[in-house]
Design a protein around this ligand. Structure first.
Ligand code: UD1
Length: 391
């Protein structure tokens, strides 16, 4: 049996882990699976709800690493995940995306000489002030198999001198989850609960440190949201980091007390997808949401200076607008006057990425699986011979 450790810990990891877990599980005689939850995210709404909604089993290991500075969080996860890796001795560790849990697992596994597969490799914002960019570069340098979402990612890796034999263009695994659960998300009653109509609201999410840990930028965001709220209702599910900063800094009353801005706690997957699909526009600094809006064909304004997901701009519905109030408002007005939105779904964003990854993993481990089967067969033969002799 090939033992695979799937390591996840933050909200965006769970949407990527689920399709791969279920696809690998179709081959119980080949793969034995262990899910490790690092505990980077621990609130019900940031973690557990996704396990429940996707029907994932309890993680085999829950590391309770929690929050802290980058070094504290990464170090805590490394220490804990190393213990699991030592005792489990997996044939491979699979990691997702670009969060601190990904980095920690990659560092621990590579020092133990455990082969690593990185799902969502090769994305680059070329902005090293983003913690995620550092995680991406380190993870891709160390991982053995790099599963990418688009051609740009392959090019980035090749430019960094990574051997093409390690790179596999497989498409976007988040879209597997989105496509699979879309019918269920359609049934969500969240629009009624919030008292809003289809296509008549802007959905906002913000959590990047560069936006919400910086007081000046938080004020600019308040200005942007107030101006947008004069045109349209805003739904704003607040990430814990953002809530803390808004509440700690005099409350930013422009956001907290605006009757046209509806604040909610972080939402589960089905409610959030329903809100995205029916939004007039989505404004965000998230990575995954740029991809989901592209798939759903909903206009997305990315409130960052850059994006590592350039395919969502070239092919999809995404526009990178930073915190440029004038640009944002003129785009909102443009879409309000039925402005044209041209887009196509990127290549291989088709719901079959997990299948492609598992096919590649089965090929990679074919020889090892055969050897293990052979060893297993020999041991059983020995047992029979031994039994016959002793009888
Ligand atoms: C992390 C990822 C980011 C990803 C985001 C998705 C890194 C470097 N960043 O950012 O790439 O887009 O997750 O949400 O890994 N907190 C809670 N409850 C929780 C989790 C966090 O209250 O369940 C609070 C903690 O006080 C913490 C803060 O939120 O200090 C931020 O959490 P953290 O995991 O450090 O980073 P995120 O901003 O969530």
């Amino acid at each position: 049996m090939i033992k695979i450790l799937l390591v996840a810990g933050a909200r965006p990891d769970f949407m990527k882990l689920a399709p791969l877990y279920f696809e690998l599980r179709k081959y119980p005689s080949v793969f034995s699976l262990r899910i490790v939850h690092t505990g980077q995210h621990y609130d019900y709404a940031m973690s557990r709800v996704f396990f429940d909604q996707f029907g994932l089993p309890e993680p085999h290991f829950f590391l309770e690493a929690g929050s802290g500075s980058h070094a504290q969080q990464t170090g805590n996860i490394m220490i804990r995940v190393e213990d699991i890796m030592r005792s489990e001795k997996p044939n491979m560790a699979v990691v997702f995306g670009d969060v601190n849990s990904t980095l920690a697992a990659v560092l621990a596994a590579s020092k133990l000489c455990i082969p690593i597969a990185h799902v969502e490799a090769g994305l680059r914002s070329h902005d090293r002030s983003m913690p995620e960019e550092i995680n991406r570069v380190v993870c891709d340098t160390l991982a053995d198999m790099l599963f990418t979402t688009c051609d740009d990612a392959n090019l980035n890796l090749i430019k960094e001198g990574i051997d093409v034999g390690r790179i596999f263009l497989v498409g976007n695994i988040m879209i597997d989850t989105l496509k699979y659960f879309l019918p269920q998300a359609e049934k969500s009653r969240v629009l009624d609960k919030l008292g809003i109509d289809e296509g008549k609201y802007i959905l906002v999410t913000l959590h990047r440190p560069s936006n919400v840990d910086n007081l000046e930028n938080l004020d600019r965001l308040a200005e942007i949201l107030s101006a947008a709220a004069e045109r349209c209702k805003i739904i704003f599910p607040i990430h814990p980091r953002t809530r803390k900063n808004l509440e700690n800094n005099g409350g930013n009353s422009a956001i907290l007390n605006n009757r046209n801005i509806i604040l909610t706690d972080p939402l589960g997957y089905f409610d959030f997808i329903k809100l995205q699909k029916n939004a007039f526009i989505v404004m965000t600094d998230s990575g995954g949401i740029q991809e989901e809006t592209t798939y759903l064909g909903v206009p997305c304004l990315t409130l960052r200076k850059n994006t590592e997901r350039s395919v969502t701009v070239t092919d999809g519905t995404n526009k990178v607008v930073a915190l440029n109030l004038k640009k944002i408002i003129s785009l909102i007005d443009y879409y309000m006057q039925d402005g044209v939105l041209s887009r196509r779904r990127p290549f291989l964003w088709d719901g079959q990425t997990a299948e492609r990854i598992v096919r590649i993993l089965r090929e990679r481990f074919a020889d090892e699986a055969k050897k293990e089967d052979e060893a297993e067969r020999l041991t059983s033969t020995d047992k029979i011979v031994l039994k016959n002799i002793t009888e």
